[in-house]
Design a protein around this ligand. Structure first.
Ligand code: NDP
Length: 317
């Protein structure tokens, strides 16, 4: 028998955005209820759970590991009374209020909903990926690029969009050389970003090329690159391989119910976290394809809790 309960605020997602929203709404006596779901790897806590050292989150001058940071955020949410259910949400019904949120074991009615389901970095699925993930392969240059293993080494970036341009340029601060591998003969990034990359002497572009594998057992030592027109492969010595081939926002549950942009991200109104449905708020990477940092996600989680609190205080929901 599945349970059916009424809640004031339900939060879906347990990364920095979800926990910041939980901490703020719990401290405002809204008694939030959180569904801490799973990312594709089967871990609650969002993308930080698959990151090693986090050195850019203010307040941790010595750095902190991604999982430890999430553990602390979770403990802080619970300390103020957030109830956390470790279960994936299977469906939501936003067509009328209260909203209905269903997981495998329960159905919850919510007066207000905060969505913080995040985004998933796309992966290439090369054979070496599982073995070398976080041991040289990363999907976030800004998070991992400054690690000692990458200093003064050759680093490879894959992709041809704005993220790839940004990450390649960022990595030039640490690398001896950055090789940018793109599958076509032209970038899709903005012209201004392309120009900066092309003019950067530390960046070499390999056009019409694909990364097909990587070598190294306990750490990445080289990247296997195929020149697509002739199929010729060569292994380039490198210490890092950074994917910048886009993210997929985790918005499947909301398709047809909330306004999403052309790439599937939730549209928020103005400078708020309000969505196209009153009483539904969105925070973190699920609505942000530009900044995508733990600290910016946490900031927007705080905003969502404040927006939600004000909306409920106005007697809505
Ligand atoms: P994009 O979807 O724009 O680009 C992804 C890139 O990865 C494309 O060049 C694509 O190739 C390539 N790619 C995708 N899949 C594969 C694959 N399997 N193998 C090899 N290459 C692959 O993603 P971004 O993350 O770059 O950008 C997302 C959005 O965020 C864009 O709207 C962008 O403008 C915006 N953004 C803005 C920034 C800014 O303004 N400062 C910074 C970062 C992002 P192909 O071109 O052949 O399709």
């Amino acid at each position: 028998m599945s349970e059916h309960r009424m809640e004031k605020v339900v939060i879906i997602g347990s990364g920095p955005a979800g926990h910041a929203a939980a901490i703020y709404s719990a401290r405002a006596n809204l008694r939030p209820f959180m569904f801490e779901g799973f990312i594709s790897g089967g871990v609650a806590g969002g993308q930080l759970m698959t990151t090693t050292e986090v050195e850019n989150f203010p307040g941790f001058p010595e750095g902190i590991t991604g999982p430890e940071l999430m553990e602390r955020m979770r403990a802080q949410s619970e300390r103020f009374g957030t109830r956390i259910e470790t279960e994936d949400v299977e469906s939501v019904d936003l067509s009328s209020r209260p909203f209905v949120v269903k997981s495998g074991s329960q159905t919850v009615s919510a007066r207000a909903l905060i969505i913080a389901t995040g985004a998933t970095a796309k992966r290439l699925a090369i054979p070496a990926e599982e073995r070398l993930w976080n041991r040289g392969i990363s999907a976030c240059a800004v998070c991992d690029g400054g690690l000692p293993i990458f200093r003064d080494r050759v680093l490879v970036v894959v992709g041809g969009g704005d993220t790839a341009m940004e990450e390649a340029m960022y990595l030039t601060h640490f690398a001896s050389k950055v090789i940018l591998v793109h599958r076509r003969g032209e970038f899709r990034a903005s012209k201004a970003m392309q120009k900066r990359v092309i003019e950067d002497k530390k960046i070499m572009v390999m056009w019409n090329s694909a990364v097909v594998d990587a070598v190294g057992e306990t750490g990445l030592r080289g990247v296997v690159i195929r020149h697509l027109p002739d199929g010729k492969e060569r292994t380039v010595e490198a210490a890092g391989l950074f994917y910048a081939i886009g993210h997929t926002p985790n918005t499947k549950l909301f398709q047809g119910q909330l306004d999403l942009d052309e790439t599937g991200y939730i549209v928020t109104l103005g400078r708020s976290t309000r969505t196209s449905v009153e009483g539904v708020f969105a925070a973190g990477d699920v609505q942000d394809k530009v900044y995508r940092q733990a600290i910016s996600a946490a900031g927007s989680g705080c905003m969502a809790a404040l927006d939600c609190e004000r909306w409920l205080a106005e007697g809505q929901g």
